[in-house]
Write a protein that binds this ligand. Structure first.
Ligand SMILES: NC(=O)c1ccc[n+]([C@@H]2O[C@H](COP(=O)([O-])OP(=O)(O)OC[C@H]3O[C@@H](n4cnc5c(N)ncnc54)[C@H](OP(=O)(O)O)[C@@H]3O)[C@@H](O)[C@H]2O)c1
Length: 329
Protein backbone atom coordinates (compact mmCIF):
# COMPACT_ATOMS: atom_id res chain seq x y z
CA UNK A 1 0.00 0.00 0.00
CA UNK A 2 1.32 3.46 -0.80
CA UNK A 3 2.26 5.56 2.25
CA UNK A 4 -0.25 8.22 1.14
CA UNK A 5 -3.13 5.76 1.00
CA UNK A 6 -2.06 4.25 4.31
CA UNK A 7 -2.00 7.68 5.95
CA UNK A 8 -5.49 8.38 4.61
CA UNK A 9 -6.88 5.08 5.82
CA UNK A 10 -5.31 5.38 9.24
CA UNK A 11 -6.77 8.81 9.83
CA UNK A 12 -10.29 7.38 9.62
CA UNK A 13 -10.50 6.74 13.33
CA UNK A 14 -13.91 6.66 14.94
CA UNK A 15 -15.14 6.36 18.51
CA UNK A 16 -17.76 4.07 20.01
CA UNK A 17 -20.36 5.33 22.48
CA UNK A 18 -18.16 4.52 25.47
CA UNK A 19 -15.38 6.68 23.94
CA UNK A 20 -12.94 3.83 23.09
CA UNK A 21 -11.00 4.56 19.90
CA UNK A 22 -12.10 2.22 17.11
CA UNK A 23 -9.35 0.68 15.01
CA UNK A 24 -9.09 2.10 11.48
CA UNK A 25 -9.69 -0.11 8.46
CA UNK A 26 -7.91 -1.15 5.28
CA UNK A 27 -9.85 -1.46 2.04
CA UNK A 28 -9.99 -4.93 0.47
CA UNK A 29 -9.88 -5.58 -3.27
CA UNK A 30 -13.52 -6.79 -3.22
CA UNK A 31 -14.80 -3.48 -1.79
CA UNK A 32 -15.11 -4.63 1.82
CA UNK A 33 -13.13 -3.12 4.69
CA UNK A 34 -11.04 -4.96 7.25
CA UNK A 35 -10.21 -3.58 10.72
CA UNK A 36 -6.47 -2.92 10.99
CA UNK A 37 -5.92 -5.10 14.09
CA UNK A 38 -7.40 -8.48 15.09
CA UNK A 39 -7.44 -10.42 18.35
CA UNK A 40 -5.69 -13.78 17.86
CA UNK A 41 -7.41 -16.80 19.40
CA UNK A 42 -4.98 -19.52 18.30
CA UNK A 43 -4.06 -21.95 21.07
CA UNK A 44 -0.42 -22.46 20.06
CA UNK A 45 0.93 -20.06 22.69
CA UNK A 46 -1.62 -20.82 25.40
CA UNK A 47 -0.18 -21.60 28.82
CA UNK A 48 -1.14 -24.96 30.36
CA UNK A 49 -3.41 -23.16 32.80
CA UNK A 50 -5.38 -21.49 29.98
CA UNK A 51 -8.78 -22.94 29.17
CA UNK A 52 -11.28 -22.51 26.37
CA UNK A 53 -13.29 -20.39 28.82
CA UNK A 54 -10.35 -17.93 28.72
CA UNK A 55 -10.91 -17.58 24.97
CA UNK A 56 -14.57 -16.66 25.50
CA UNK A 57 -13.55 -14.10 28.11
CA UNK A 58 -10.73 -12.70 25.92
CA UNK A 59 -13.10 -12.19 22.99
CA UNK A 60 -15.54 -10.32 25.23
CA UNK A 61 -12.79 -8.14 26.75
CA UNK A 62 -11.42 -7.40 23.30
CA UNK A 63 -14.78 -6.22 21.97
CA UNK A 64 -15.26 -4.18 25.13
CA UNK A 65 -11.83 -2.59 24.54
CA UNK A 66 -12.77 -1.63 20.98
CA UNK A 67 -11.44 -4.51 18.86
CA UNK A 68 -13.80 -5.25 16.02
CA UNK A 69 -11.86 -8.09 14.37
CA UNK A 70 -11.45 -11.61 15.80
CA UNK A 71 -9.25 -14.26 14.13
CA UNK A 72 -10.11 -17.93 14.67
CA UNK A 73 -9.90 -21.21 12.72
CA UNK A 74 -11.55 -24.61 12.63
CA UNK A 75 -8.29 -26.18 13.80
CA UNK A 76 -8.12 -24.01 16.93
CA UNK A 77 -11.19 -25.89 18.22
CA UNK A 78 -12.37 -22.69 19.92
CA UNK A 79 -14.95 -21.41 17.45
CA UNK A 80 -17.71 -22.18 19.97
CA UNK A 81 -16.07 -20.08 22.68
CA UNK A 82 -15.32 -17.28 20.19
CA UNK A 83 -19.02 -17.36 19.27
CA UNK A 84 -20.03 -17.24 22.94
CA UNK A 85 -17.85 -14.17 23.56
CA UNK A 86 -19.40 -12.47 20.53
CA UNK A 87 -22.95 -13.42 21.56
CA UNK A 88 -22.42 -12.04 25.05
CA UNK A 89 -21.04 -8.76 23.70
CA UNK A 90 -24.04 -8.42 21.38
CA UNK A 91 -26.49 -9.33 24.18
CA UNK A 92 -24.86 -6.69 26.39
CA UNK A 93 -25.31 -4.18 23.53
CA UNK A 94 -21.58 -3.44 23.23
CA UNK A 95 -21.90 -4.00 19.47
CA UNK A 96 -24.17 -5.40 16.79
CA UNK A 97 -23.12 -8.21 14.45
CA UNK A 98 -22.49 -5.78 11.62
CA UNK A 99 -19.94 -3.86 13.73
CA UNK A 100 -17.80 -6.98 13.98
CA UNK A 101 -15.37 -8.60 11.55
CA UNK A 102 -14.94 -12.34 12.04
CA UNK A 103 -12.25 -14.37 10.27
CA UNK A 104 -12.10 -18.17 10.31
CA UNK A 105 -10.18 -20.74 8.30
CA UNK A 106 -10.64 -23.99 6.42
CA UNK A 107 -8.43 -26.81 7.68
CA UNK A 108 -6.20 -28.89 5.39
CA UNK A 109 -8.30 -32.07 5.53
CA UNK A 110 -11.30 -30.35 3.90
CA UNK A 111 -9.62 -29.15 0.70
CA UNK A 112 -11.79 -30.92 -1.87
CA UNK A 113 -14.05 -28.46 -3.63
CA UNK A 114 -17.24 -30.13 -2.37
CA UNK A 115 -15.97 -30.13 1.24
CA UNK A 116 -15.51 -26.35 1.52
CA UNK A 117 -19.13 -25.16 1.91
CA UNK A 118 -20.01 -27.90 4.46
CA UNK A 119 -16.83 -27.07 6.43
CA UNK A 120 -17.76 -23.40 6.55
CA UNK A 121 -21.34 -24.25 7.55
CA UNK A 122 -19.89 -26.32 10.40
CA UNK A 123 -17.74 -23.36 11.53
CA UNK A 124 -20.74 -21.02 11.33
CA UNK A 125 -22.80 -23.37 13.48
CA UNK A 126 -20.07 -23.42 16.13
CA UNK A 127 -19.66 -19.64 15.96
CA UNK A 128 -23.44 -19.13 16.11
CA UNK A 129 -23.25 -16.83 13.09
CA UNK A 130 -25.01 -16.65 9.73
CA UNK A 131 -21.89 -15.50 7.90
CA UNK A 132 -18.24 -14.71 8.52
CA UNK A 133 -16.53 -11.67 7.10
CA UNK A 134 -13.45 -13.53 5.89
CA UNK A 135 -12.85 -17.21 5.15
CA UNK A 136 -9.26 -18.33 4.50
CA UNK A 137 -7.62 -21.49 3.16
CA UNK A 138 -5.43 -22.07 6.24
CA UNK A 139 -2.51 -23.67 4.33
CA UNK A 140 -1.90 -24.53 0.67
CA UNK A 141 -0.99 -28.06 1.85
CA UNK A 142 -3.76 -30.72 1.76
CA UNK A 143 -3.80 -33.60 4.23
CA UNK A 144 -6.01 -36.61 4.84
CA UNK A 145 -7.90 -37.03 8.12
CA UNK A 146 -4.93 -39.03 9.48
CA UNK A 147 -2.56 -36.14 8.72
CA UNK A 148 -0.76 -37.78 5.79
CA UNK A 149 -0.38 -35.91 2.52
CA UNK A 150 -3.37 -35.68 0.16
CA UNK A 151 -3.25 -34.79 -3.52
CA UNK A 152 -5.79 -31.97 -3.65
CA UNK A 153 -4.62 -28.80 -5.37
CA UNK A 154 -5.45 -25.42 -3.86
CA UNK A 155 -7.07 -24.35 -7.16
CA UNK A 156 -9.78 -26.96 -6.50
CA UNK A 157 -10.16 -25.67 -2.93
CA UNK A 158 -10.35 -22.07 -4.20
CA UNK A 159 -13.32 -22.96 -6.38
CA UNK A 160 -15.12 -24.19 -3.25
CA UNK A 161 -14.20 -20.92 -1.52
CA UNK A 162 -15.74 -18.97 -4.42
CA UNK A 163 -18.95 -21.01 -4.02
CA UNK A 164 -19.02 -20.21 -0.29
CA UNK A 165 -18.81 -16.51 -1.09
CA UNK A 166 -21.53 -16.75 -3.76
CA UNK A 167 -23.80 -18.39 -1.16
CA UNK A 168 -23.27 -15.42 1.19
CA UNK A 169 -21.66 -17.59 3.86
CA UNK A 170 -18.62 -15.31 3.82
CA UNK A 171 -18.20 -11.70 2.69
CA UNK A 172 -14.60 -12.15 1.51
CA UNK A 173 -12.28 -15.03 0.70
CA UNK A 174 -8.56 -15.30 1.05
CA UNK A 175 -5.60 -17.54 1.80
CA UNK A 176 -3.07 -18.07 4.55
CA UNK A 177 0.54 -19.27 4.40
CA UNK A 178 0.69 -19.01 0.60
CA UNK A 179 4.06 -18.02 -0.88
CA UNK A 180 4.57 -15.68 -3.85
CA UNK A 181 4.69 -18.46 -6.44
CA UNK A 182 1.46 -19.99 -5.13
CA UNK A 183 -0.42 -16.67 -5.08
CA UNK A 184 0.71 -15.85 -8.61
CA UNK A 185 -0.32 -19.34 -9.73
CA UNK A 186 -3.74 -19.05 -8.05
CA UNK A 187 -4.41 -15.69 -9.69
CA UNK A 188 -3.22 -16.84 -13.09
CA UNK A 189 -5.33 -20.03 -13.02
CA UNK A 190 -8.57 -18.68 -11.49
CA UNK A 191 -8.50 -14.91 -12.21
CA UNK A 192 -9.92 -14.40 -8.70
CA UNK A 193 -7.46 -12.49 -6.51
CA UNK A 194 -7.58 -13.39 -2.81
CA UNK A 195 -8.63 -10.47 -0.59
CA UNK A 196 -6.09 -11.42 2.10
CA UNK A 197 -2.98 -13.53 2.68
CA UNK A 198 -2.45 -14.27 6.40
CA UNK A 199 1.23 -15.00 7.02
CA UNK A 200 3.79 -14.82 9.78
CA UNK A 201 5.37 -11.35 10.03
CA UNK A 202 7.54 -10.09 12.89
CA UNK A 203 11.00 -8.53 13.34
CA UNK A 204 12.87 -11.80 12.69
CA UNK A 205 10.66 -12.69 9.69
CA UNK A 206 9.91 -9.42 7.93
CA UNK A 207 8.75 -11.09 4.66
CA UNK A 208 9.45 -7.96 2.62
CA UNK A 209 9.31 -9.68 -0.78
CA UNK A 210 6.06 -11.56 -0.09
CA UNK A 211 4.37 -8.56 1.56
CA UNK A 212 5.38 -6.28 -1.33
CA UNK A 213 4.13 -8.81 -3.86
CA UNK A 214 0.77 -9.21 -2.10
CA UNK A 215 0.30 -5.46 -1.79
CA UNK A 216 1.22 -4.98 -5.47
CA UNK A 217 -1.68 -7.34 -6.29
CA UNK A 218 -4.10 -5.48 -3.98
CA UNK A 219 -3.99 -8.27 -1.39
CA UNK A 220 -4.07 -7.16 2.27
CA UNK A 221 -1.57 -9.02 4.47
CA UNK A 222 -2.58 -10.14 7.96
CA UNK A 223 0.45 -10.77 10.18
CA UNK A 224 0.38 -13.65 12.63
CA UNK A 225 2.80 -14.28 15.53
CA UNK A 226 3.48 -10.53 15.41
CA UNK A 227 5.70 -10.60 18.51
CA UNK A 228 8.01 -13.22 17.01
CA UNK A 229 10.66 -14.13 19.55
CA UNK A 230 9.99 -11.05 21.71
CA UNK A 231 7.74 -12.91 24.10
CA UNK A 232 8.88 -15.12 26.95
CA UNK A 233 7.41 -18.39 25.62
CA UNK A 234 10.37 -18.62 23.20
CA UNK A 235 13.50 -20.65 23.97
CA UNK A 236 16.62 -19.08 25.43
CA UNK A 237 18.50 -19.60 22.15
CA UNK A 238 15.91 -17.68 20.09
CA UNK A 239 17.24 -14.84 17.93
CA UNK A 240 16.90 -11.13 18.79
CA UNK A 241 15.03 -8.93 19.28
CA UNK A 242 13.66 -9.68 22.75
CA UNK A 243 11.40 -7.31 24.61
CA UNK A 244 14.43 -5.60 26.25
CA UNK A 245 16.28 -5.00 22.97
CA UNK A 246 17.91 -1.50 23.11
CA UNK A 247 16.66 -0.52 19.63
CA UNK A 248 13.05 -1.29 20.55
CA UNK A 249 13.38 0.10 24.09
CA UNK A 250 14.61 3.45 22.69
CA UNK A 251 11.55 3.66 20.42
CA UNK A 252 9.24 2.61 23.26
CA UNK A 253 10.66 5.36 25.50
CA UNK A 254 10.38 7.95 22.74
CA UNK A 255 6.67 7.25 22.21
CA UNK A 256 5.69 6.27 25.77
CA UNK A 257 4.74 2.75 24.64
CA UNK A 258 5.87 -0.82 25.36
CA UNK A 259 8.18 -2.71 22.99
CA UNK A 260 5.24 -5.01 22.19
CA UNK A 261 3.25 -1.97 21.02
CA UNK A 262 6.22 -0.77 18.93
CA UNK A 263 6.28 -4.09 17.10
CA UNK A 264 2.51 -4.01 16.46
CA UNK A 265 2.78 -0.44 15.16
CA UNK A 266 5.69 -1.54 12.91
CA UNK A 267 3.32 -3.95 11.15
CA UNK A 268 0.61 -1.31 10.82
CA UNK A 269 3.11 1.14 9.28
CA UNK A 270 3.72 -1.51 6.63
CA UNK A 271 0.00 -1.77 5.85
CA UNK A 272 -0.25 -5.15 7.62
CA UNK A 273 -3.07 -6.21 10.00
CA UNK A 274 -1.37 -7.57 13.16
CA UNK A 275 -3.07 -10.44 15.03
CA UNK A 276 -1.78 -10.29 18.62
CA UNK A 277 -3.05 -13.12 20.82
CA UNK A 278 -3.69 -12.46 24.48
CA UNK A 279 -6.06 -13.77 27.11
CA UNK A 280 -4.86 -11.18 29.64
CA UNK A 281 -7.20 -8.19 29.96
CA UNK A 282 -4.48 -5.56 30.44
CA UNK A 283 -2.44 -6.84 27.49
CA UNK A 284 -5.55 -7.06 25.29
CA UNK A 285 -6.18 -3.38 26.01
CA UNK A 286 -2.50 -2.48 25.57
CA UNK A 287 -2.18 -4.24 22.21
CA UNK A 288 -5.04 -2.22 20.73
CA UNK A 289 -3.61 1.07 21.94
CA UNK A 290 -1.35 1.58 18.92
CA UNK A 291 -3.29 4.10 16.83
CA UNK A 292 -2.23 7.33 18.52
CA UNK A 293 1.39 7.42 17.33
CA UNK A 294 3.43 6.44 14.30
CA UNK A 295 6.96 5.26 13.58
CA UNK A 296 9.21 7.09 11.13
CA UNK A 297 10.37 5.33 7.93
CA UNK A 298 13.86 5.13 9.49
CA UNK A 299 12.42 3.35 12.55
CA UNK A 300 10.54 0.89 10.35
CA UNK A 301 13.80 0.26 8.48
CA UNK A 302 15.68 -0.26 11.77
CA UNK A 303 13.18 -3.00 12.72
CA UNK A 304 13.42 -4.53 9.24
CA UNK A 305 17.15 -4.95 9.89
CA UNK A 306 16.42 -7.59 12.57
CA UNK A 307 15.23 -9.92 9.80
CA UNK A 308 16.84 -13.37 9.81
CA UNK A 309 14.21 -15.31 7.85
CA UNK A 310 13.66 -17.41 10.97
CA UNK A 311 10.10 -18.65 11.45
CA UNK A 312 8.16 -19.22 14.65
CA UNK A 313 5.87 -21.57 12.69
CA UNK A 314 7.50 -23.88 10.13
CA UNK A 315 5.70 -27.28 10.49
CA UNK A 316 8.74 -29.22 9.37
CA UNK A 317 6.78 -32.51 9.37
CA UNK A 318 5.12 -31.27 6.14
CA UNK A 319 8.41 -30.37 4.47
CA UNK A 320 8.20 -33.15 1.92
CA UNK A 321 4.49 -32.67 1.18
CA UNK A 322 3.59 -31.20 -2.21
CA UNK A 323 2.73 -27.46 -2.01
CA UNK A 324 4.71 -26.93 1.24
CA UNK A 325 4.97 -23.13 1.21
CA UNK A 326 7.91 -22.26 3.44
CA UNK A 327 10.68 -22.87 0.93
CA UNK A 328 10.57 -19.22 -0.25
CA UNK A 329 11.10 -15.89 1.48
N1 LIG B 1 -2.75 -18.51 9.83
C1 LIG B 1 -1.91 -19.22 10.56
O1 LIG B 1 -1.36 -20.23 10.11
C2 LIG B 1 -1.60 -18.79 11.96
C3 LIG B 1 -0.52 -19.35 12.65
C4 LIG B 1 -0.24 -18.92 13.95
C5 LIG B 1 -1.03 -17.93 14.54
N2 LIG B 1 -2.11 -17.42 13.86
C6 LIG B 1 -2.98 -16.38 14.47
O2 LIG B 1 -2.16 -15.34 14.98
C7 LIG B 1 -2.40 -15.17 16.37
C8 LIG B 1 -1.15 -14.70 17.08
O3 LIG B 1 -0.06 -15.55 16.90
P1 LIG B 1 0.68 -16.28 18.11
O4 LIG B 1 -0.29 -16.66 19.16
O5 LIG B 1 1.53 -17.33 17.51
O6 LIG B 1 1.72 -15.21 18.66
P2 LIG B 1 1.76 -13.76 19.27
O7 LIG B 1 0.46 -13.06 19.25
O8 LIG B 1 2.92 -13.13 18.60
O9 LIG B 1 2.18 -14.04 20.79
C9 LIG B 1 1.27 -14.43 21.78
C10 LIG B 1 2.02 -14.50 23.11
O10 LIG B 1 2.41 -13.17 23.50
C11 LIG B 1 1.91 -12.86 24.79
N3 LIG B 1 1.54 -11.43 24.76
C12 LIG B 1 0.44 -10.88 24.18
N4 LIG B 1 0.47 -9.54 24.30
C13 LIG B 1 1.60 -9.23 24.95
C14 LIG B 1 2.19 -8.00 25.37
N5 LIG B 1 1.61 -6.82 25.13
N6 LIG B 1 3.36 -8.04 26.05
C15 LIG B 1 3.97 -9.23 26.30
N7 LIG B 1 3.47 -10.42 25.92
C16 LIG B 1 2.29 -10.43 25.24
C17 LIG B 1 0.72 -13.79 25.00
O11 LIG B 1 0.53 -14.08 26.35
P3 LIG B 1 -0.85 -13.66 27.14
O12 LIG B 1 -1.99 -14.33 26.46
O13 LIG B 1 -0.60 -14.18 28.53
O14 LIG B 1 -0.93 -12.16 27.08
C18 LIG B 1 1.19 -15.04 24.24
O15 LIG B 1 2.03 -15.84 25.05
C19 LIG B 1 -2.92 -16.54 16.83
O16 LIG B 1 -3.61 -16.45 18.05
C20 LIG B 1 -3.80 -16.91 15.64
O17 LIG B 1 -5.05 -16.23 15.74
C21 LIG B 1 -2.39 -17.81 12.58
Amino acid sequence: MSPLLLAFVLTIISYNEAGAVQPPTFKLNDGNEIPAIALGTGRGTAKESETLEDVRQAVYWAIEAGYRHIDTAAVYFDEEQVGQGIAQAIADKLVTRKDLYITTKLWNDKHRREQVVPALKDSLKKLGLEYVDLYLIHFPVAVKADGTSDDVHYVDTWKGMMEAKELGLTRSIGVSNFNTTQIADLIQRTKVVPAVNEIEVNPTLTQEALVNYCQSQGIVVMGYSPFGFLVSRRSASAPPPRSDDPVLVAMAQKYGKTTAQIVLRYLIERGIVPIPKSTNKARIVQNKDVFDFSLTPAEVEAINKFNKNIRVISISSWKNYPLYPFCEY
